[in-house]
Design a protein around this ligand. Structure first.
Ligand code: HEM
Length: 424
């Protein structure tokens, strides 16, 4: 969406209704429930191979859906929508990651050689149907509540529907704007967050000293006889540095979201024509040898010394995992809390280590996304890149002798933008 009234209005609604501290606090009960459910599921699999990426993704998706329509859907309806969403989010993310020949050779666009356009249309109509179901349910709930004179909690969806019915042309929203906003939030909030968590687990597991430090901190701040609460997060300085370092080496959106200048401009002596598609290679920026010492080493300590130097708001141009400027990620406050909360819970509830003799390969591989075909068994986990971590891990319930074999996915980092600039 270009920079205009419509984008500003939708961003404002999102930030005001979902990012205010009162709304962040109000949703805590539902987050707690989902994270505890994850711990229960992981615990059930003691002794069996499990895929941590899958558990994390499911938890995050449920948290995001609760945030959007937590009070609209219940029981089986909620479960069914969740199952459908998981499938369709996975597919659409895969579709986004595919390089499209039509982008490179527009003359071929009408042939849609790879079927990207037709598949995307199918997926979008799938989303459309799911959103229709959710909206329909919400309306049903409202009618039932009205006839029984019952007050129900207002979730984000209900708030949007009220805006739609307002009739004021300046502030009212169309159904497709509502659906677009919901889609943006589901896609922008789920895969980015779960991929970051998966990378954090991988990096930590490679380095037992880091696990020890995180757990020491957790024992000190949370204690052994209680569970992690979101209120502990600001006190977990080392864990927060681990996350910053994870996002430095493995930014979930390494090329951000494509930007598009509304007028021609000059940057560092280069003319950027109006309407061009700009990929900012944050992955490379955050590995710039002029800005970072021992740049390939995972060293959370670098952020401990001066935590304010690299915030998530994009004020430091050497560190931009959430972008910068007016298009900076709109969900930073939620993402920051959620990632830290889930990671802290996983590390506080269980001990983790690699099985004897297993070496974790975390190297990023550059290439076009099609390279992934060698790894057909592995699910796609990120936006324009395929970022999959080969994990074969052992997990032990904390303070017990039971070990769990964990078999997670394998990884490739393919930077579409690198490929495009090479081809161009
Ligand atoms: C670790 C997790 C996350 C990362 C790394 C991340 C990163 C990003 C990045 C890089 C952008 C584009 C910024 C730019 O191009 O300059 C973005 C945009 C956005 N993100 Fe996030 N994000 C995360 C989590 C979330 C969550 C949890 C939500 C919502 C609940 C969210 C909502 C959004 C939205 C709505 C936008 C579009 C903003 C706009 O165009 O105005 N993100 N995010």
């Amino acid at each position: 969406m270009s920079n205009g009234h419509e984008w500003r209005q939708l961003r404002e609604i999102f930030v005001r209704e979902l990012m205010s501290s009162s709304s962040l606090n109000a949703g805590y009960g539902l987050r707690l429930q989902e994270v505890r459910e994850m711990v229960r599921e992981v615990y059930k699999q003691v002794g069996l191979p499990i895929n941590i990426g899958e558990h994390i993704f499911l938890t995050i998706l449920n948290v995001v859906m609760n945030m959007l329509w937590g009070d609209s859907l219940h029981g089986e309806d909620r479960k069914n929508v969740g199952v459908e969403f998981r499938q369709v989010v996975g597919e659409i993310v895969e579709m986004f990651g595919k390089p499209n020949i039509s982008d490179l050779f527009p003359v071929l666009a009408r042939f849609d050689l790879q079927g990207i356009k037709s598949n995307t249309k199918k997926l979008v109509s799938w989303f459309d149907r799911i959103f229709d179901t959710v909206i329909f349910h919400r309306m049903d709930v409202d009618v039932a509540n009205k006839s029984e004179n019952k007050e129900s909690n207002k979730d984000f969806l209900q708030f949007l529907l009220e805006l739609q019915n307002q009739g004021d042309s300046k502030t009212s929203l169309s159904t497709s704007q509502i659906k677009g906003l919901l889609l943006d939030i589901v896609l922008g909030g789920s895969d980015t967050t779960s991929t970051t968590l998966e990378w954090a687990m991988a990096e930590i597991l490679k380095n037992p000293e880091i696990i020890r430090k995180v757990q020491e901190e957790l024992d000190e701040v949370v204690g052994n006889d209680s569970i992690v609460e979101e209120s502990h997060i600001p006190k977990l300085h080392y864990l927060n540095s681990v996350l910053k370092e994870t996002l430095r080496l493995h930014p979930a959106l390494p090329l951000l979201v494509p930007h598009c200048p509304s007028q021609s401009c000059m940057v560092a002596g280069y003319t950027i024509p109006e309407g061009s598609r700009i990929f900012v290679n944050v992955w490379a920026v955050q590995r710039d040898p002029e800005a970072w010492e021992n740049l390939l080493e995972f060293q959370p300590e670098r952020f401990l010394k001066d935590p304010g130097k690299c915030d998530y708001q994009g004020n430091n141009f050497h560190y931009l995992p959430f972008g910068s400027g007016r298009r900076v990620c709109a969900g930073i406050s939620r993402a920051e809390k959620l990632v830290a909360y889930v990671l802290a819970t996983l590390l506080h509830s269980f001990d983790w280590k690699l099985p004897e003799g297993v070496k974790l390969d975390l190297s990023d591989k550059f290439g076009i996304i099609l390279k992934k075909s060698e790894l057909l068994d592995y699910p796609l986990q990120s936006f324009t890149i395929d970022l999959l971590v080969p994990l074969n891990l052992c997990m032990r319930e904390r303070d017990s002798d039971t070990f769990i074999m964990r078999d997670c996915d394998s990884g490739t980092l393919s930077l579409l933008g690198e490929c495009l600039s090479f081809l161009c």
